[in-house]
Ligand binder design. Structure first.
Ligand code: G16
Length: 538
């Protein structure tokens, strides 16, 4: 207790600074985070004692600029920490220096934590300059109370390691090598019988966003035994993290990243700063840029899995989970053509993950490329049973084996750029599809996403999975008035949970005469308009 208190003096909290556990943990300018890291080290250790399991702490600000940093906690099965503990995280983060011990004591009592219980915490960090010292601050917090692991890993690798550790290796070997082996073996199994894969089909351009993903994907390449050949750019050797590159840049700007020459029809993908998101793209013969985002990925994977279930004769329910950012065309295609259940949740993989767990097979993807597939225990058992069933015919058994290898290829703990990339490459190979054919499954509605700086983004309150605003008064009515002027139009605003901005999204069935721009531009005006103290428009 005394040790912890003394150490906290080395990580003092700036008086009055208030931060919130947001969409993906705490995230702000790296300079403001030292005390937060120390305290999250303490909290993770308490969580470990409480759950009697290994807990993960990831130091990263993912898609944010290099100057920012952040921290998120990973629960025993590799999932995001529960909402109640997000609340504790916020309480602990905001306690003034003299209030830290009483807050800790209160938490220990409320959760009836046995302080004699051993604790184990895995700490991961990305390649940001600030991550080194900030992860040490986490370790200081951990050391005040328990054991540790440290290293440079992508966010999804940390989730994987935590899950493997807590399932005593049933999910996989709890090492980075084990991660590479599990994924690459599954990929090789899936693609080895695909006839006549050409060099072009085996080659992929990868934008590493100048981050941790670049380092890790080159480590994995040797395990793929040339079944997939990666041409890596923005590998961190010169450029700046996420600057004019990476999945967020490509998705929001709808253009290719800096640092690469793309020939017509060539398949490319971009990771984000901690490699938990991925988007694909290509340019056509007229040099037009085509983006294949999280919605297109979800559609490709759903089509593939649905066909496999039909071949296997397995009656399992598939659902796709999206957010308000999902392109209207993707939702229509999934519901009307593919006839799969579609759910919409608030932004943040923790919400999508939760919703996907309700189905036999839950495919969740945010449009920004963050997502994965979850298989229920029942679904996995039925697939295993069929693969072992000597009475089943060859077609059914083959489909069951393919499903089994597909499960091994997927990181079910969280969205994972490397695992998603291998899955997409395997699906394209198995189905003999080009990137253009994949793109042609449906046509996106033209859309724009913008960030707006406002004095206090918290004045905006939303409902209906963030598709409508309830505060400030009059904002939703203003949006409705604009939207109803355009066909198939949809628009919303929401405060970001990772950056100090308000996000504005608009889509409509045409961009002709910049029509689809109008809602977005006018919304910026609406959001930035002066308001009185109650938030009403002046
Ligand atoms: C995080 C979350 C994502 C979310 C994104 C943007 O991604 O994990 O689920 O879509 O932030 O959130 P917001 O719009 O609230 O800022 P990442 O890749 O930055 O960790």
């Amino acid at each position: 207790k005394t040790l912890g208190y003394m150490k906290s003096a080395h990580h003092p909290k700036p008086v009055g600074l208030v931060l919130q556990y947001g969409t993906a943990g705490f995230r702000t300018c790296a300079k403001k985070l030292d005390h937060i890291m120390f305290r999250m080290g303490l909290l993770a250790t308490l969580r470990s004692k409480k759950t009697k399991a290994t807990i993960g702490v990831m130091v990263t600000a993912s898609h944010n600029p290099e100057e920012d940093n952040g921290v998120k906690l990973v629960d025993p099965m590799g999932e995001m920490v529960t909402p109640a503990w997000e609340g504790y995280a916020t309480e602990l983060a905001n306690a003034e220096q003299e209030g830290l011990l009483p807050t800790l004591k209160d938490l220990i009592e409320r959760e009836a934590i046995d302080m004699a219980q051993e604790a184990n915490v895995f700490v991961g960090k990305d390649t940001r300059c600030s991550s080194e010292s900030l992860s040490k601050a986490v370790m200081d917090g951990v050391c005040a109370l328990g054991g540790h692991y440290n290293g440079l890993v992508t966010t999804p690798q940390l989730h994987y390691l935590v899950c493997c550790q807590n399932t005593q290796g049933r999910y996989g070997e709890a090492t980075i090598k084990g991660y590479y082996q599990k994924l690459s073996q599954a990929f090789i199994q899936l693609t080895k019988n695909v006839p006549n894969r050409t060099d072009d089909q085996k080659t992929l351009l990868v934008d590493g966003a100048n981050g941790i993903g670049a380092l890790k994907v080159s480590e994995m390449e040797t395990y793929l035994k040339k079944e997939l050949q990666l041409s890596l750019f923005n590998d961190g050797s010169s450029g700046k993290l996420n600057h004019l590159c990476g999945a967020d840049f490509v998705k929001v700007q709808q253009r290719a990243p800096k640092g690469v020459e793309i020939s017509a029809g060539e398949r490319c993908c971009s990771y984000d700063g901690d490699a938990d998101r991925i988007v694909y793209y290509y340019t056509d013969s007229a040099s037009r840029f085509h983006l294949l985002d999280g919605d297109k990925i979800a559609t490709l994977i759903s089509t593939y899995l649905k066909d496999l279930l039909t071949q296997a004769g397995l009656d399992l329910q598939i659902a796709v989970v999206q957010t308000a950012y999902a392109n209207g065309s993707s939702t229509r295609y999934l519901e009307d053509v593919m006839k799969v259940i579609v759910r919409c949740t608030k932004t943040g993989v923790k919400h999508l993950h939760h919703a996907a767990q309700e189905f036999d097979i839950g495919i969740y993807f945010e449009a920004n490329g963050h997502g994965t597939v979850l298989f229920s225990k029942l679904a996995e058992e039925k697939i295993q049973q069929l693969a072992r069933d000597s009475n089943a015919n060859d077609e059914r058994k083959r489909a069951a084996f393919t499903l089994h290898n597909t499960i091994n290829l997927i990181n079910q703990t969280v969205g994972d750029a490397m695992s998603d990339m291998l899955l997409i490459e395997a699906v394209l190979a198995i189905r003999g599809m080009t990137v253009q054919q994949w793109d042609a499954i449906y046509t996106d509605l033209p859309n724009r996403q913008l960030k707006v700086k406002v004095a206090d983004r918290r004045v905006i309150d939303t409902t209906d999975a963030e598709r409508r605003t309830v505060r400030p008064e009059g904002l939703q009515e203003a949006i409705d008035l604009l939207v109803k002027k355009y066909r198939r139009a949809r628009s919303f605003v929401r405060p970001s949970g990772t950056e100090d901005v308000v996000r504005v999204y608009a889509e409509a069935d045409t961009q002709v005469g910049s029509v689809s721009w109008h809602p977005a531009l006018l919304l910026i005006y609406v959001v930035s308009s002066p308001r009185d103290d109650n938030g009403a428009f002046l």
